[in-house]
Design a protein around this ligand. Structure first.
Ligand code: PEP
Ligand code: MG
Length: 764
């Protein structure tokens, strides 16, 4: 058994020995990339540590009977385990191996080398390695004894409350997961930052983005300093864009070797961090890394005295399911046969299946392109099989758009004539970003697709924002995928899909199977989401059932025909007419809260008058639920009426407000959101909409009521910038937009602080 390995002994395949981080460093080292010297304390060493010291049994004992939903008990257990692991004496032979390796490193450089000690999780097969315990990193560790001490601390990071919770919940054995520790010569960086080998903001794969700041890289990685941003053309190395930020703070190593956040010297604040030559040097290595790994990568780099180092490289990961390939139809240049609105990004090819109504859905097979006048909720099972969706009707917030974004498949809506132009069985390629449909499989698009197979871009490093960044969920089945975005909770859990997924009209369920059947079905769906996000909050929105969408269900024939369903019987006004369904929803939440899901909140859709809020509270009381006391309760602001008299709603008593800009836009500027004939006029950033939104945010702030957004505008960077400036508390975005929005929020928050500081200093 090897306690220690050096970088030249390992490659990417050695995750089980060196953990993900360690293996990746070895891979980079052996690919000839400039990586600082390092050795790795292996996963075997960790196993030896817990067995040889006898603590394994004690840890097992501590974990026995732990109720992971009891947050306090979870935290206490984690603390006890970590203290135990850190206080026990390291076995002599293991300690010796670490000390000897550290001394060897010091000999090479002729001094007592300061090192970074980082945990490196081996559980790469777990969907979210961060849960497996790879958080701990200690910088500027000097001296053999300290190295040993911090290695031990990294070992114990395998038992953070989060990591314990995750493994328990997923049924993983705690002792199947091990951890390695990277001990690496610390680069005393003058400048450092990160690089994405595809542009994560506009998803352009011909561009690479470098972020750079003064001092150690921690500032950029953690998002505490605002970096310069450079955009480089990967083919020509031309610097396409430079954003020189004003850099107020930097991390440095002080005389004692400790990491400190200090002011940037005045003459460097506005100065470009990397010279143009350096930008190109970093970019070149980035391209080399991407070529080596054959996929988009996220890289941490640093300069020490003009020498460039690569500190870490991680794939921008993909969880996209494979698609059917029909190579025989492959062509070089694509003929565009249809244009529409790009509603869900991605590129996919497949066989056209035209679904005129629900009777046709059985013909859709895995990988087909589903083409329909418009999708309806009862088509969701077929949509899940499809590789792409194309519709005649609809705009960016129609059913097809919302569901495809959630499923992570490309979608083009509002083509006006897809069902007429496309032929049954024809092979097409759908570009859901540009809103185009091509004939055949396009070679050029295949290239893009390789990188487009990024459905969940987990863009490390994690960014912490003061404004919460949440995610919207409609289908409980995607809850796990949504949770993996690291979002701060679910800002909108739509009830419709949960009910529509049952295939039967809720009224018919009540008549034929009774109310317990409906309550149980709701509980099952909501529980799935609450579980995936626990303890992060999940905001359940009560049913908002438009008659046209519910008509397709078994028992839906009774839905009234309305001239304009968008102005019709939907939202809470319908909920109050059909109290028996609303009661089942409230009952389901009540029971789930009793089960321990304290992370569930309730909000009601499409309110127009405070009386509606009052009524809902009375109805809740009838099922034994005291809204606000038993469960946080809020309203959606989706009508100009609600936005204009928001103060009256606050007076009636609510805990929070969520801006539903999809509806707010259509009702403010009189544009039916589902009507493709007017979709070009549908603008969430119309000044009138923004004025209402600003009024709601500022009024809520004044009265200390939490305010958030869950409409599609929350996935649009330029609008989110404004919302953050106005003081919004939370932004809930689509799954595919969470990463981008998190970065936009972080940057805007920094700008707000910066502007405040600047104004203050001008005043003084
Ligand atoms: C909205 O109207 O903005 C909203 C989020 O609700 P939905 O899209 O479900 O109508
Ligand atoms: Mg709405």
């Amino acid at each position: 058994m090897k306690f220690v390995v050096w970088l030249d002994e390992i490659t990417n395949k050695d995750v089980h020995i060196a953990g993900g981080k360690g293996a990746s460093l070895g891979e980079m080292w052996n690919a000839g990339l400039p990586v600082p010297d390092a050795f790795i304390v292996t996963a075997d060493a960790y196993r030896y540590f817990i067995t040889e010291t006898g603590i394994k049994e004690k840890i097992k004992e501590l974990l026995k009977n732990l109720d992971i939903r009891d947050t306090k008990a979870l935290e206490e257990t984690s603390k006890k385990i970590r203290e135990l692991m850190e206080s026990v004496e390291m076995p002599y032979d293991l300690k010796l191996a670490i000390v000897e390796s550290y001394n060897k490193l010091c000999e090479k450089f002729g001094e007592e080398v300061p090192v970074a000690v980082r945990s490196s999780a081996t559980a790469e097969d777990l969907p979210d390695a961060s849960f497996a315990g790879q958080q701990d990193t200690y910088l500027n560790v000097k001296g053999a004894d300290n190295v040993v001490k911090y290695v031990q601390k990294c070992f114990s990071s395998l038992f953070t409350p989060r990591a314990i919770f995750y493994r328990e919940e997923k049924g993983f054995d705690h002792f199947d997961v091990a951890i390695a520790v990277v001990v690496q010569k610390l680069v005393n960086a003058d400048k450092a930052g990160v690089m994405f080998t595809v542009n994560p903001i506009n998803q352009n794969y011909d561009e690479l983005v470098i972020e750079a700041a003064w001092g150690l890289g921690e500032g950029v990685v953690s998002g505490t300093v605002s970096p310069d941003t450079y955009i480089v053309d990967k083919k020509t190395l031309e610097i396409k864009d430079k954003h020189i930020a004003r850099k107020e703070k930097m991390f440095i190593k002080d005389e004692k070797g400790e990491t400190k956040l200090v002011d940037v010297p005045e003459d460097l604040k506005e100065k470009q961090v990397l010279t143009d030559e350096q930008i190109k040097e970093v970019a070149k290595v980035g391209i080399k890394i991407e070529e080596h790994y054959k996929r988009p990568m996220d890289v941490e780099w640093a300069y020490e005295k003009d020498k460039l180092y690569m500190l870490q490289a991680r794939p921008i990961t993909t969880l996209k399911k494979g698609k059917k390939e029909e190579k025989s139809e492959e062509v070089d240049e694509g003929k565009i046969i249809l244009k529409g609105i790009g509603a869900s990004p991605g590129i996919a090819s497949g066989k056209v299946k035209i679904v005129m109504d629900i009777k046709d859905i059985d013909k859709v097979e895995d990988g087909d392109v589903l083409v329909a006048p418009m999708t309806t909720p009862d088509m969701v099972p077929a949509m899940k099989k499809a590789s792409a969706i194309v519709t005649d009707e609809g705009g960016l917030t129609c059913h097809a758009a919302i569901v495809s974004r959630e499923l992570g498949i490309p979608c083009v809506v509002g083509t006006k004539k897809a069902t007429k132009v496309l032929r049954e069985g024809q092979i097409v390629t759908v570009d859901g970003e540009k809103g185009l449909v091509y004939e055949g499989i396009i070679k050029k698009k295949e290239e893009e697709k390789k990188v487009e197979e990024v459905k969940e871009v987990i863009l490390a490093p994690p960014i912490i924002t003061a404004t919460e960044v949440k995610v919207n969920v409609s289908m409980p089945e995607v809850a796990e995928r949504a949770a993996k975005t690291g979002a701060d909770g679910v800002g909108l859990l739509r009830a419709e899909h949960m009910i529509l997924g049952l295939g039967k009209h809720p009224k018919k369920i009540l008549e034929e199977e009774g109310k317990e059947a409906l309550i149980n079905a709701l509980m099952e769906g909501i529980r799935k989401v609450a579980d995936a996000f626990y303890p992060r909050p999940v905001t359940y929105r009560t049913l908002d059932a438009p008659t046209d969408e519910f008509r397709g269900l078994e028992g839906g024939e009774r839905e009234p025909i309305e001239h304009n369903p968008m102005l019709g019987w939907r939202g809470i006004r319908r909920g109050l007419d059909e109290v028996e369904i609303l009661k089942c929803e409230l009952e389901a939440i009540k029971r789930l809260r009793e089960e321990g899901y304290k992370n569930i909140e309730i909000m009601i859709p499409l309110v127009t008058h405070p009386d509606e809020v009052k009524r809902v509270k009375e109805i809740a009381r009838e099922v034994g639920l005291e809204l606000r006391k038993d469960v946080p309760f809020g309203i959606m602001v989706e009508t100009p009426a609600a936005a204009l008299i928001i103060e009256d709603f606050i007076k009636e008593g609510i805990d929070f407000v969520s801006l539903g800009t999809n509806d707010l836009t259509q009702y403010t500027i009189a544009i039916d959101r589902n009507n493709e004939l007017v979709s070009k006029y549908y603008k969430e950033d119309h000044p009138a909409v923004l004025k209402l939104v600003e009024n709601v945010i500022k009024t809520c702030k004044k009265h200390n009521v939490k305010v958030s957004i869950c409409g599609q505008a929350g996935s649009r960077p330029h609008i989110v910038e404004k919302l953050v400036e106005w003081g919004i508390d939370a932004v809930s975005a689509n799954i595919d937009a969470v990463d981008t929005i998190r970065r936009v929020v972080a940057r805007t928050e920094q700008k707000v602080i910066l502007n405040f500081i600047r104004r203050k200093s001008l005043e003084e």
